[in-house]
Design a protein around this ligand. Structure first.
Ligand code: UD1
Ligand code: CA
Length: 451
């Protein structure tokens, strides 16, 4: 096994994004682009990872650390090109022996498999390899000048001759290079080019000049598409979703209308899961086998047990743990709550900061009143509890097993096992009142219309 060090370029603010947020923190499938690149690289178990960021990018450091806890950082103060950016990693990589893999923070769809293919090209005769692709439209990309299976040079768009412009084989930007060779060549980079930048791509010609061969690995164009503006961001999102929907279906989920279902990068979907149209998954969702998610549901940070039924029009928020075979129906919101096996909340309900025991039934319009304007409070509902419709459960509150709560109650005190809780204004019935009322109103209306 060769040692690998990841260097991820993330210094650009991305002016065309028109955003206060650094470009690499924009999200694809609820995960930052930087997170996507780091996840693809982390799967190779690198010895070290260095993220190159621009000035004032504490948020980039925080995000990278979330994915790679011992990630190192180097600041590129001035944007002087990709070669200059990589050279910023030299100090952090002091003493590292092995292969440096350069990834771009704004190329989120890259797959670990392609990185493995690239690394597999590295051997004693090829201490450097470039990940290339056949571009449908090569404009804007660096072109690969090849001889047989080796690369002789990479020519940037602005520096290409008319002949070279016709080359479709392009540079993804992702390269693997022996660390010793990298630090030997980097000082030789010059900014004698159209952009007056230190191009990482010039390493190829510098290597060839020293009789070092540079290998080529190929991947799909879709994997190495980069993001410079928000239209490209949405294009990448579409690509990701297409890929993830296919993965979910291959894994045994039925998607009635795949194009209307949106997954997060970390969504886990079991087998025999049915997902109806217009379902959105935010981050942190695990769906067990046999779950049905009906149309127009929004789910994030939730775990859904086997055989549960969610929706239509359900909202599961972070910390929702839905037990096996439970039902969460239309216009029901669950936040930071455990719903027991087989429990049901079928209509128009808010359950927040609560436990609902197995087999309990939560009637329509029930609200756990968990917030007093300052603090959140907990509601504990036992097993086989029947909560009548339109009940307000004022937390903190503990409802014992087998309790019945009468419809319309406002429950402000704990209720012991098997008791009935009922709070209701007395009901009055006035015989004939409605008929008299209609008669009076009809006369008044007739008088008004005469005037
Ligand atoms: C680069 C490649 C080109 C390739 C293309 C693939 C070079 C010179 N060119 O061109 O061959 O086809 O990517 O998309 O490498 N960055 C920094 N600091 C800098 C400059 C760039 O961190 O000083 C980062 C950017 O934030 C970005 C990445 O490096 O993540 C690529 O830079 P960019 O300017 O987009 O390069 P391209 O012109 O697209
Ligand atoms: Ca680019």
């Amino acid at each position: 096994m060769i040692n690998i060090a990841l260097v991820v370029l993330a210094a650009g603010m991305g002016t065309r994004m028109k955003s206060a947020l650094p470009k690499v923190l924009h999200k694809v499938a609820s995960r930052s682009m930087l997170g996507h690149a780091l996840s693809a690289g982390a799967a190779l178990q690198p010895k070290t990872t260095v993220v190159i960021h621009g000035p004032d990018m504490a948020a980039v450091q925080k995000e990278a650390t979330y994915f790679i806890s011992d990630c190192k950082f180097a600041e590129q103060k001035e944007r002087r090109g990709t070669g200059h950016a990589v050279s910023m990693a030299q100090e952090a990589l002091q003493g590292f022996k092995g292969v440096v893999l350069v990834l771009y923070g704004d190329v989120p769809l890259i797959q670990t498999e392609s990185l493995k293919l690239l690394l597999a090209k590295i051997d004693a005769e090829h201490p450097m390899a470039v990940l290339g692709f056949e571009a449908a439209n090569p404009t804007g990309y660096g072109r690969l000048i090849t001889s047989g299976s080796n690369i002789l040079a990479i020519r940037e768009e602005l520096d290409t001759s008319p002949d070279e412009k016709r080359i479709n084989l392009c540079n993804s930007g992702i390269i693997a290079i022996d660390a010793q060779l990298l630090w030997q060549l980097v000082p030789k980079l010059s900014d004698n080019n159209a952009k007056k930048e230190l191009y990482l791509t010039d390493l190829v010609e510098l290597a060839v000049a020293e009789n070092v061969s540079v290998a080529l690995a190929l991947c799909d164009e879709a994997e190495v598409a980069g993001v410079n503006d928000r239209q490209q961001l949405s294009g990448i999102e579409q690509q990701f979703q297409k890929r993830y929907r296919a993965k979910a279906m291959i894994g045994g989920a039925t998607l009635v209308d795949p194009t209307s279902v949106f997954f997060a990068a970390d969504t886990i979907i079991g087998q025999d899961v049915l997902i109806e149209p217009h379902v959105v998954f935010g981050p942190g969702v695990t769906v067990s086998d046999g779950v049905e998610i009906l149309a127009f549901s929004h789910i994030e940070g939730a775990t859904i047990g086997a055989g549960a039924r969610i929706g239509p029009y359900a909202r599961l928020r972070p910390g929702a743990e839905i037990g096996a075979c439970a039902h969460i129906g239309n216009f029901v919101e669950v936040k930071k709550s455990k719903i027991g096996t087989g429990a049901k909340a079928n209509h128009l309900t808010y359950i927040g900061d609560a436990i609902v025991g197995a087999g309990s039934n939560i009637g329509a319009g029930t609200i756990t009143c968990n917030y007093d304007g300052y603090e959140k409070h907990f509601t504990e509902i036992g097993e086989k509890v029947f909560v009548g419709s339109n009940t307000a459960l004022v937390a903190p509150l503990k409802i014992g097993n087998g309790v019945n709560i009468a419809a319309g109650s406002v429950v402000t005190a704990d209720v012991p096992e098997d008791a009935l809780a009922l709070s209701r204004a007395p009901l009055e019935i006035k015989a004939g009142w409605a008929k008299r009322y209609r008669a009076v109103k009809a006369v008044r209306k007739a008088e008004k219309s005469k005037v």
